[in-house]
Design a protein around this ligand. Structure first.
Ligand code: HPA
Length: 267
C-alpha cells in the first residue's frame, strides 16, 4: 500500500462517513481560522505517513475535519516548505490524500511580501497566477503523461470570482496579482525583488506554488490568498524577519477569516 492509501485508511477510520468537500491549507499565523470550524475530528500530521512534520513557528501540524456553516471542510493547519529539506514534493502525500478523501477544491493561504505600494502590510491579495523562481517542480520523477500539467487557469477563474464576491460582501479590499515563488529560507535581496517586479510579480513568498502544481496534477481546482505581511526587500526601511511575518499575518487574520467564511458559505 502507498502512503496515500495508508493515510486514507487512517482518516476514514477517524472520520467515518464524514466527507470533506473543501480542503484548506493555512499559512503562517492564520491558524485562528480554525476557531470557526465545528470540529468533528483531528489528526496530527505525525500520525499520517508521508505528511510533513511542520517545523516553522506559526504552523501547528494538524489536520482538522468539520463544518463551517453547511460546508464540510478539512483544514491543514500548517504546511511544509521546500526549504525545510530541499525536496519540492514535501507536500505531495498531503495533497494527494486531500484529493483521495474526496475534496472537490482547495483554498491555499500564505504570508507574502508585497511588491506594490497599494497592497500594504495587513492587506490581502488574491493570487491570479504565479512565477516559479526556483527552477524545481514537485513533479520531478512523476511518471506518465499526466505529469505535463496545464498551468493556464491554475487559479480557478470561477473560484476566484467567488472569492472576489466574498470580499466585496464584507467591504474588504481584495488586491489581485502574481505571486513569485522563491526557495527561501533567506529573504530575497533588493536586486531579486527588482528583477521579479520587472518580470510581472506583485508578491513574493516561499510556499504555495508546489501545492498548486500538485493539486493541478490531481485535477483539483483551487484558489489562493496571500496575506501581505511586509513590503518586499528594498521597498521599506524595516528589516525582514519571520517574527514580523507572524505578527502581521495574525493582524490580518480577522480579514482573511471573514472572506473565507463567506467564500465557504457561497459554495
Ligand atoms: N519574502 C518571502 N517570503 C515572505 C515574505 C517576503 O518578503 N514575507 C512573508 N513571507
Amino acid at each position: 500500500m502507498s502512503q496515500v492509501d495508508d493515510c486514507v485508511d487512517i482518516i476514514n477510520q477517524t472520520i467515518a462517513s464524514f466527507r470533506p468537500e473543501v480542503g484548506l491549507i493555512l499559512g503562517s499565523g492564520l491558524g485562528q481560522f480554525c476557531d470557526n470550524i465545528n470540529t468533528i475530528a483531528s489528526l496530527d500530521f505525525d500520525s499520517l505517513p508521508g505528511f510533513p512534520v511542520a517545523g516553522v513557528g506559526g504552523h501547528a501540524g494538524r489536520l482538522l475535519f468539520g463544518k463551517v456553516e453547511d460546508t464540510n471542510v478539512v483544514v491543514m493547519q500548517g504546511r511544509a516548505h521546500y526549504y525545510e529539506n530541499g525536496r519540492a514534493d514535501i507536500m505531495a502525500v498531503a495533497i494527494q490524500t486531500l484529493s483521495a478523501i474526496g475534496c472537490k477544491s482547495l483554498v491555499l493561504t500564505n504570508a507574502a511580501g508585497s511588491l506594490v505600494k497599494e497592497a500594504s502590510p495587513g492587506s490581502v491579495m488574491l493570487i491570479t497566477d504565479h512565477i516559479n523562481m526556483t527552477g524545481v517542480s514537485p513533479l520531478f520523477g512523476a511518471e506518465s503523461n499526466k505529469r505535463f500539467v496545464d498551468m493556464s487557469d491554475a487559479y480557478n477563474p470561477e473560484l476566484n470570482n467567488n472569492m472576489r464576491s466574498s470580499a466585496k460582501m464584507n467591504d474588504i479590499t481584495l488586491h489581485e496579482g502574481v505571486y513569485a515563488w522563491f526557495s527561501g529560507p533567506q529573504f530575497e535581496t533588493p536586486a531579486e525583488i527588482k528583477a521579479v517586479k520587472t518580470l510581472g510579480a506583485d508578491a513574493v513568498g516561499m510556499s504555495t506554488v508546489p501545492e498548486v502544481i500538485l493539486a493541478r496534477h490531481q485535477g483539483l481546482p483551487l484558489c489562493a490568498l496571500s496575506v501581505i505581511t511586509n513590503y518586499a526587500a528594498g521597498m521599506s526601511a524595516t528589516k525582514l524577519s519571520h517574527e514580523q511575518t507572524i505578527a502581521f499575518a495574525s493582524k490580518a487574520a480577522d480579514t482573511v477569516e471573514k472572506v473565507l467564511i463567506s467564500y465557504l458559505k457561497s459554495l
